[in-house]
Design a protein around this ligand. Structure first.
Ligand code: HGY
Ligand code: MN
Ligand code: MN
Length: 429
């Protein structure tokens, strides 16, 4: 071990048993927030969100880290103090919010391993084996999943300027509460949201650990991988407007049933996605007025669409839109489609990817590169700062579900990869 270069040896030397014990303690503590028998419910600017921020602050305080919430609701804990305006640190972390009835790993894994990496590096510094030259931040980004307001990666999109602050303030949840109102109710100031160059500079460089959402690493027999790229993806709102009528007396031929073209569109989306080797999902929709004995007057549905290139994504959404309009015409139902959000293709920073690869090679570990179809804050930030991601293998690949999982040994492999990368980045002159 001693003949390893310094950063690699810090990863190799970490005490797996004590790191796992700390991991499971933190995990149990976090489990008390928003975990239901049907899954995890952690949505932005709610009571659960406040409890998550309190948990995060307590973890930071226990380590003597300085906590700061930025103008966009992203919260960071700094080891070595928050860098002054204009100075650059190194950031790791992820997000603590969840999808509706989600799992426990998507997001929290990266935050927990961030804190544990600080523990390992601080202990190494105390032993004289590491010198921190840049402050190291652990971050929890605001509303990564977009569960409450419909737009994913709200905190990083606002920070990077990818989302217009006025548009963001006006986003509403299922109860009609706007982001501005929700932030105000939680004691945050919605007037301050928007691109934040000082925070981008302060963040410096970011390495995010995340559970893999898929089975590529299982196939490659690798506990950890480096993310190469993210597919372009986005969300589109489809509104089908027909006419309410009596479910018994209205003759079928006279109806303008909004559910019929919607149903056709769901099937068309699947068929087009298959043909283009892409993804298309209607995961959220509601029917109005929603009476069991009323012909549906309106269906409002959100399409989540993803493809390997922006060209294919455009073709995918265009063809689903055409299918919706054709089905609407058949049933006398108006169809409107509007884009809610879009994230272009991401190629993660070459130098960071090389660094992860070099450190793995020095440690004698296999660290393959894999692309992903999932969105992440690190992808949103990639155009404005160097970012990279490390994926921890998921045994069955299922995600956005309570079935999310990872083996202890793979968690430790992820922590090792993170520690040596952060040691190299925060320890360099
Ligand atoms: O939806 C996504 O791709 C991510 O998991 N937020
Ligand atoms: Mn997710
Ligand atoms: Mn995530």
């Amino acid at each position: 071990m001693t003949d390893l270069p310094a950063a690699a040896s810090l990863g190799a030397a970490l005490d797996a048993d004590s790191a796992l014990a700390a991991f499971h303690r933190m995990w149990a503590d976090l489990d008390r927030i928003g975990v239901h028998p049907t899954g995890t419910r952690r949505y932005s600017w709610t009571a659960e969100d406040a409890a998550l921020r309190a948990w995060f602050t307590a973890q930071a305080s226990a380590r003597g880290m300085e906590v700061h919430t930025d103008a966009n609701g992203n919260i960071r804990a700094w080891w070595g103090g928050r860098p002054a305006d204009g100075d650059a640190g190194v950031v790791t972390g992820s997000h603590l919010d969840s999808v509706a009835d989600g799992g426990k790993w998507d997001g929290p894994l990266g935050v927990l391993l961030g804190f544990l990496a600080v523990d390992v590096l601080a202990a190494a510094e105390a032993r004289g084996e590491f010198t921190r030259r840049r402050s190291l931040g652990v971050v929890d980004y605001m509303d990564e999943e977009g569960t409450r307001f419909g737009v994913a990666c709200l905190g990083s999109k606002l920070m990077s300027g990818a989302l217009d602050p006025d548009k963001a303030r006006g986003l509403t949840d299922a109860d009609g509460v706007s982001l501005a109102e929700a932030m105000s109710a939680a004691g945050a100031d919605p007037d301050r949201i928007g691109r934040d160059d000082v925070e981008i500079i302060r963040s410096g460089v970011q390495v995010e650990v995340h559970i893999e959402q898929g089975r590529q690493l299982v196939g490659l027999e690798a506990p950890v991988g480096v993310t190469s790229a993210i597919w372009p993806h986005g969300r589109w709102e489809f509104v089908f407007s027909g006419l309410a009528d009596h479910a018994g007396t209205a003759r079928l031929v006279d109806r303008k049933d909004a559910a019929l073209p919607f149903a056709s569109t769901v099937l068309a989306a699947r068929a087009v996605a298959e043909e283009l080797d892409a993804r298309a999902t209607f995961g959220r929709f509601h029917v109005e007025p929603g009476g069991p004995n009323v012909v549906p007057a309106r269906v409002v549905a959100l399409l989540d669409a993803r493809a390997a290139t922006d060209g294919v994504l455009t073709e995918l959404v265009d063809r689903i839109t055409s299918a919706a309009q054709e089905a609407g015409a058949v049933h006398g139902v108006d169809v409107t489609v509007s884009r809610i959000s879009h994230a272009p293709v991401v190629e993660f920073d070459e130098e960071l990817r090389e660094l992860h690869g070099k450190l793995a090679a020095e440690s004698g570990e296999y660290l393959p590169e894999v692309p992903t179809q999932a969105g992440h804050d690190s992808g949103i930030l990639a155009p404005v700062m160097p970012t990279s991601m490390l994926f921890v293998r998921s045994p069955h690949g299922i995600s956005h579900s309570p079935l999310e999982d990872a083996a202890d040994a793979d968690v430790i492999a992820g922590l090792r990869a993170l520690v040596r990368s952060l040691a190299a980045l925060a320890g360099e002159d």
